[in-house]
Ligand binder design. Structure first.
Ligand code: 1PW
Length: 215
């Protein structure tokens, strides 16, 4: 049961891992970024099985990145910055169309990066929502403003159906396991600037290297 589970889910812990992401000179540790995503996936699965298809892709992408981190060139995969530099210098990235490197770390991380923007927008809506706000509406608005632009029709359709069965705001706050709604709002207020900073730094890196549209 959930109560017997010693690693009972708490969204605070997940968002805290994003705090660990930034190095002194504002690079992003891949290890903690991936750990943050592991937690988010756990959170998604606690929302119900309909989110299985969403988590499945994220899990797959996490696996790809961990494979590189634990692989023979793992020392190049310490930060997102070092990963991108290494993969570009060694021509390990398909830049314009799919070729011999369909699962580069750089293109894999870009997918999670785009999804992180969705999360940021969604949590911000949740933070500022009122008691009668609908999670399904907040979720689909955030999605349409961000990730949806990168998804084909079939995925947009499926995601839309999953949003419809999201638990209501009160149940949602409970699943987060942070405390009262006021405490959730406070926690989100602390966590969001961190997620936002990680997002911005990654976005800048990909912009500078002209890599926002990796196939
Ligand atoms: C309640 C808040 C939840 C925030 C977590 C967000 C997880 C988003 C994952 C969406 C995945 C939808 C299904 C997968 C689609 C893939 O095709 C797509 N992946 C992503 C992460 O957008 C693109 O990856 P691909 O096909 O180019 O390897």
């Amino acid at each position: 049961s959930v109560a017997a589970d010693d690693q009972k889910f708490c969204l605070q812990e997940v968002l805290d891992t994003f705090k660990l992401c930034l190095t002194e000179n504002k690079e992003v540790y891949l290890e903690h970024y991936v750990a943050g995503w592991r937690g988010l996936v756990k959170f998604l699965s606690s929302l119900g099985s309909v989110f299985g298809f969403i988590s499945k892709d994220a899990v797959n992408k996490i696996k790809i990145l961990v494979g590189y981190m634990e692989g023979e060139n793992g020392s190049q995969y310490v930060t997102i910055q070092s990963m991108v530099k290494y993969e570009l210098e060694n021509e390990l990235v398909d830049l314009t169309k799919r070729g011999s490197h369909p699962e580069s770390g750089s293109r894999t991380l870009l997918r999670l990066h785009r999804a992180l923007r969705w999360l940021e927008l969604f949590l911000e809506r949740l933070r500022t929502s009122s008691e009668d706000s609908k999670t399904s509406v907040m979720c689909s608005e955030s999605y349409n403003e961000s990730l949806a632009q990168h998804h084909p029709w079939v995925i947009r359709k499926t995601a839309g159906m999953a949003f419809c069965v999201l638990p209501g705001r009160a149940a949602f706050f409970e699943v987060m396991n942070v405390g009262t709604p006021e405490q959730v709002v406070a926690m989100l207020g602390e966590a969001l600037p961190l997620i936002s900073e990680v997002y911005q730094i990654t976005e800048e890196l990909y912009t500078q290297n002209n890599m926002l549209d990796l196939p």
